[in-house]
Design a protein around this ligand. Structure first.
Ligand code: NAD
Length: 535
């Protein structure tokens, strides 16, 4: 967990802030707090990072506004071309980014490469190549006011704020930064206090491509820094984090009337139907439950297994978990890395104790691993039910609880018995049956016979319903929503100087309009056909 400390000795502060040889950005070194994190992989201290003060956030905002004005004037093709340069620099620096991600989060190298670097590089390419099409003018044909025409065009909003969590500390913020920039905005990112280093690494790469440096800024800090960002005058916020933080952030945005996207928690159910491929389903559960040590908002957090396949499925899951290699990802290629901070291990232990006290059986794992860093065994629980906290609360750790069910309907009802609705998974050999079930599940996305991958499909909308949040990232609409949608209406032909619909009113014009209303809605033929197209 990050600690924020204020140092007493002015000299020590200046050195740690890197201010001994360079001038302090705005506030004097005496006022500086620092983020001091330990690597989850081995418990060693990571580079300390100065906390951005509210004053500095306001300064960042002013610089971002200035940079944005010039950037927005640039043709979209040119913006796209520059973003592609940034994408290429990300790819060129992939190993450096992976090293930082592994040290800062403890996640396996393969996941850092595929789920973070590759996802961002691919998203940058997709949106850069499609931004012009997505943001082109859209004509709207008018069914009633046929003498006029309308279109909408998309204008950059200004400065977009991004507040992000620690679990995908590169993919999540950069997946918002790139569309925001392409749309002609400036962006300020407030990374999680637990993972500032990877955001600063991204910023370094951005600056190395010659893009205007104030266009994309990173303001390390904690909740207070995030609050300062909301208050600094941003035109939109993309927030990703927990439900309770989300409530506070949405309230702060409401107070300033800042539009926001809320990407909050998840409790993804996996429904293993009676005709599922047991081998693929077991592997999907193990991968979806334990990649990133279960610390994903779309992790498999609960399994509903049909009675017909329950026992062989559980046996196979136990075997597969036994083969997983766990350890320090900075030293070797392991499957399961570390847990971000010790508090998360306490949460896992409490959930397991509650479940076991109510009848759950531990099929695999169940204990913390005693070694340097933060580790917890991948854990599988069977005989679970909704009286247990583990089936209802977000786990965000390497625990997969399994409940036996008797029908598709029971699985659907249990899947929907949750305050969260982000992702869900259905496994069945019948596509028709799986799709029928999928459409009944209350979730932003449902994936059939696969797990986790939809976040990497950047042309599809991603986001939750219920308390998992509102608004969407990814998908063509998310790029449009980085803009103000502006409507323009104009006449198809020259208009008369005296418009009969305008003043002066008279009893004669009232009678004409009244007759018109009657003909329109009670008439026949062409008029009636026009009326039927009216809302
Ligand atoms: P968190 O809510 O603790 O913090 C998220 C961010 O909010 C951090 O940067 C934090 O500093 C900032 N913050 C805290 N208080 C604030 C305030 N008052 N004003 C402004 N900013 C504030 O979440 P976390 O522990 O970093 O991440 C884990 C949570 O994120 C889980 O619940 C997970 O499900 C969720 N998450 C959701 C998605 C999604 O796309 N829906 C993706 C990843 C993670």
């Amino acid at each position: 967990m990050a600690t924020v400390t204020s140092l007493d000795s002015r000299k020590k502060k200046a050195i740690e802030a890197g201010a001994s040889s360079t001038p302090a950005p705005v506030d004097p070194p005496a006022a500086r707090n620092m983020l001091r994190n330990l690597s989850p992989a081995d418990g060693e201290p990571l580079t300390a990072v100065p906390v951005t003060t509210a004053n500095e956030v306001r300064g960042a905002m002013q610089r971002a506004k200035r940079a944005q004005t010039a950037w927005a004037r640039m043709p979209i093709e040119e913006r796209a071309e520059r973003i592609l340069r940034f994408r290429d620099a990300i790819v060129d620096n992939a190993d450096r980014l992976v090293d930082t991600l592994v040290r800062e989060t403890g996640k396996p190298r393969n996941e850092a490469l595929l789920h973070e670097v590759l996802v961002v590089a691919d998203l940058a390419g997709y949106f850069a190549h499609n931004a012009k099409r997505i943001l082109s003018h859209q004509d709207i044909s008018l069914h009633f006011l046929v003498h006029r025409k309308s279109y909408v065009h998309y204008a950059p909003k200004g400065v977009i704020g991004v507040i992000s969590p620690w679990n995908f500390p590169f993919a999540i913020p950069m997946g918002d930064v790139i569309p925001a920039l392409l749309a002609g905005n400036a962006v300020i990112v407030k990374p999680s206090e637990v993972t500032p280093l990877i955001a600063l690494e991204a910023k370094k790469i951005f600056d190395s491509t010659g893009l205007p440096e104030d266009l994309f800024q990173v303001i390390p800090g904690d909740g207070a820094t995030g609050q300062a960002l909301i208050e600094a005058g941003i035109q939109k916020l993309i927030f990703t984090g927990g439900v309770e933080t989300g409530r506070r952030v949405a309230a702060a945005c409401g107070a300033k009337l800042v539009p926001c996207v809320m990407e909050l928690g998840g409790k993804a159910p996996l429904l293993a139907l009676s005709d599922c491929d047991i081998e693929r389903t077991a592997r999907g559960i193990v991968y979806g439950g334990f990649c990133n040590s279960g610390q994903a908002c779309i992790s498999v957090e609960r399994v509903y297994a049909h009675r017909a396949i329950h026992d062989p499925l559980v046996r196979r899951i136990r075997e597969l978990v036994g083969d997983l290699k766990q350890g320090d990802a900075s030293k070797s290629f392991i499957d399961i890395g570390a847990i971000i901070f010790p508090k998360q291990i306490d949460v896992a232990e409490a959930l397991i104790a509650d479940a076991v006290s109510k009848g759950a059986e531990i099929i695999a794992g169940g204990e913390r691993v005693h070694r340097a860093g933060n580790y917890f065994q991948p854990t599988v629980l069977s005989e679970c039910h909704h009286g247990m906290n583990v089936m209802r609360e977000e786990i965000f750790g390497p625990i997969v609880p399994i409940q036996r069910v008797d029908s598709d309907e029971e699985a659907i009802a249990l899947a929907n018995d949750s305050h969260l609705g982000l992702n869900a998974y259905v496994f069945s050999k019948s596509r028709e049956r799986a799709l029928r079930v999928a459409e009944k599940i209350e979730a932003g996305s449902v994936v059939v016979n696969d797990v986790m991958l939809n976040y990497g499909a950047c042309e599809t909308p991603f986001g939750g319903i219920k308390e998992s949040g509102f608004g969407r990232v990814h998908g063509d609409d998310s790029l449009r929503e980085m803009c103000d949608k502006r409507h323009v209406n104009y006449g198809r032909m020259p208009m008369p100087s005296r418009d009969p619909l305008w003043f002066p009113y008279s009893s004669t014009s009232y009678k004409i309009f009244s007759k018109g209303l009657d003909v329109l809605f009670h008439g026949s033929g062409l008029v009636q056909r026009i009326a039927k197209r009216m809302p």
